[in-house]
Design a protein around this ligand. Structure first.
Ligand code: GRF
Length: 230
């Protein structure tokens, strides 16, 4: 893949074996990476089961054996790829195995939903323009693992949720969609998190649907969402 100097994605796909196919597979195959509870994973499962999101949940990738999200995947009949990073000499080693598994399964889109690990170029380049992340704040504010707590501590009156493409710069790729969430008087981290998660569970499946329908166009560091066909 080519990368522009500002770190944005140059078009969809790349020039390696994992380059985006011109015609996405049918069904449209999605892999979710998650490390913890997996409420966002569950939101995707529920939309698919309800017939509101026409994708195949191909694989859950999880770096924490015992994480609640694994139970959710098993209950939903979604295959799991669970690994322990400490079993590998470096990040590239496990990422190469995961990339091979994703390619073997013809995965069209990778969704990072609470995956608490930074990725290297092995996966980020292989899935350039085909990997998205959900962040619990209005980027570029409050990057990092404590987006909700940091927004509350700063005292902002409005925070929210961002879904963006993944680049090597953490929480910095082209933004696809954002939803604002007001911070209310007396909010605690838990009460704010509850409303943030509710927004995430709406926005993430919606964006996956847009991408599946080919409506999200990357233009430099911006995205444009085309209107739905009637
Ligand atoms: C979400 O808040 C997401 O924005 C962040 O990690 C959290 C994951 O929550 N990246 P869950 O595991 O989906 O419940």
């Amino acid at each position: 893949m080519t990368k522009e100097p500002n770190g944005s994605l140059a078009g969809h796909g790349g020039d390696g074996a994992a380059a985006k196919r011109d015609v996405p597979s049918d069904p449209f195959r999605v892999a979710v990476f998650a490390s913890g509870s997996g409420s966002n994973f569950q939101a995707i499962v529920d939309r698919v089961k309800a017939g509101e999101l026409d994708v195949k949940l191909e694989l859950l990738v999880c770096d924490r054996p015992g994480a609640r999200v694994i139970e959710r995947a098993t209950a939903a009949g979604v295959d799991t790829y669970v690994f322990r990073p400490k079993d590998y000499p470096d990040r590239e080693s496990y990422e190469r195995e995961i990339a091979a598994e994703l390619n073997r399964r013809n995965v069209d889109l990778v969704v990072l939903a609470g995956f608490m690990r930074l990725l290297t170029p092995v996966l980020v380049d292989a899935f350039a323009g085909r990997m998205i992340n959900i962040h619990p704040a209005l980027l570029p504010s409050f990057k990092g693992a404590r987006g909700i707590a940091d927004a509350l501590a700063y005292g902002v009156k409005v925070t929210g949720v961002t879904v963006h493409y993944v680049t090597l710069d953490m929480d910095a790729g082209p933004i696809i969609a954002q939803e604002a969430v007001p911070v209310l008087e007396g909010d605690t981290e838990d009460s704010l998190a509850e409303r943030i998660h509710a927004a995430e569970h709406r926005l993430l499946p919606q964006v996956i649907g847009w991408i599946k329908d080919g409506r999200v166009k990357i233009e430099g560091n911006r995205t444009r969402i085309e209107r739905a066909e009637d």
